[in-house]
Design a protein around this ligand. Structure first.
Ligand code: HEC
Ligand code: HEC
Length: 325
């Protein structure tokens, strides 16, 4: 080999050595301590092919998240409790996508205190929450069931390598800048027609798979969609999720198609359409802790339901800051 050619491959060899050094037997990164974990870098989860073959519980957990309807949907093979959607419809690619509502901070941050319940929440409670709200289930899977254990095993597998108490960058949903005006459902309808309708349907009901085991394109409103107690019913969650991830397959967080205005407006349009209504009386025991875009009163800040639903949100946030002083 000519010396010049050899020098060219040195960086490659070096990189190879670093990769080998920083992986353990399962091919996953070793757990770093909180002080050495780099929170300035965007976290991307490993995909299902990295789940060790012997870890059948985590594999089943991935199955349940990506194919929820097949197991737990209206014609589910294990139970018939959920609305036909999959967890993965909202937690993209098994909850591994940066700003795709991923599961990077689940194993590291739970159990955690949450204002919605006013108490310490376990992973089981948080998973059941999404089942009852986002998947509009009337019953949830038991905490001792194989299904719950499998979903938790998967969450722990996805979150391996992230130290306790650390929230990796890019986990969950991005907060996008507020508008100076209320979000506008009519403007949002125009966005919907031009950018969403071809997959989610003119009637918002999505498109079922040919074998009817679930959806090719999930519904955005109507009987089979998330209910009014779900996270996506809050405008900021919907807008942040959609801006960075929709139209599906065409965008990522760093090359969105929607402007912030379009994201807020389409959120207003979709969330003004009919959907299952559910109310949990135990939610928000301290009403002053309701998020600014939680659209159901009573409120401690003097603003009404309409403004808490559509905005403008800046005055609400300013008023709360003053109250706290
Ligand atoms: C309709 C959309 C939707 C579906 C379907 C859905 N979720 Fe969620 N999920 C959300 C939203 C929105 C949040 C809150 C994200 C935020 O506020 O940053 C969330 C949060 C979570 C969290 C907490 C994440 C964290 O970092 O605190 C877990 C765990 C979770 N979901 C599990 C599930 C499971 C398991 C399923 C399927 C049984 C599921 N979700 C289905 C929308 C959904
Ligand atoms: C090319 C087809 C396509 C287009 C266009 C598209 N989506 Fe989606 N959308 C999908 C698919 C597929 C999923 C589920 C992804 C998965 O399961 O991996 C999804 C999921 C969603 C979800 C979460 C699940 C649910 O049903 O609540 C929302 C919200 C959503 N899309 C909103 C929108 C909005 C708003 C637009 C327009 C700005 C849009 N989508 C454009 C295909 C599309």
């Amino acid at each position: 080999m000519r010396p010049a050619a050899f020098y060219k491959i040195i960086p490659g060899l070096f990189l190879f050595a670093v990769v080998i050094y920083s992986c353990n037997d399962s091919g996953k990164p070793v757990v770093m301590s909180a002080s050495t974990f780099d929170t300035s870098r965007l976290w991307v989860g490993w995909n299902k092919y990295h789940i060790p073959e012997g870890d059948t519980l985590a594999r089943y957990g991935h199955e349940l998240i990506s194919n929820t309807s097949y197991y737990l949907g209206p014609n589910g093979t294990v139970a018939q409790i959920t609305n036909g959607m999959n967890c993965q419809n909202c937690h993209l690619n098994g909850g591994t996508v940066p700003w795709g509502n991923n599961y990077g901070a689940v194993a590291s941050l739970y159990p955690q205190f949450r204002a919605r319940s006013g108490g310490l929440e376990t992973i089981v409670k948080r998973i059941s929450d999404c089942m009852e709200r986002s998947l509009n289930a009337d019953k949830v899977v038991d905490s001792t069931s194989k299904e719950m254990k499998a979903i938790i095993a998967y969450m722990n597998w996805v979150g391996e390598g992230i130290p306790k108490k650390i929230k990796p960058k890019g986990s969950g949903i991005m907060d996008i800048p507020y508008l100076d005006r209320a979000a506008d459902p009519q403007k949002g309808q125009l966005v919907y027609v031009s950018k969403c309708q071809r997959c989610h349907g003119a009637d918002g009901q999505g498109q079922k798979k040919l074998d009817e085991t679930g959806y090719e394109y999930p519904p955005l409103w109507g009987d089979h969609s998330y209910n009014t107690a779900a996270g996506l019913y809050r405008l900021s969650r919907f807008a942040g999720y959609v801006k960075n991830n929709m139209p599906f397959g065409e965008v990522e967080y760093h090359n969105p198609q929607l402007s912030n205005e379009e994201a807020w407006d389409v959120a207003a349009f979709v969330n003004s359409q009919p959907r299952p209504s559910k109310f949990f009386k135990e939610d928000w025991p301290d009403i002053s802790k309701k998020p600014f875009d939680h659209p159901f009163g009573p409120f401690a800040d003097g603003f009404g339901e309409e403004q808490h639903k559509y905005g403008p949100f800046k005055p609400i946030i300013e008023a709360r800051k003053k109250q706290r002083k």
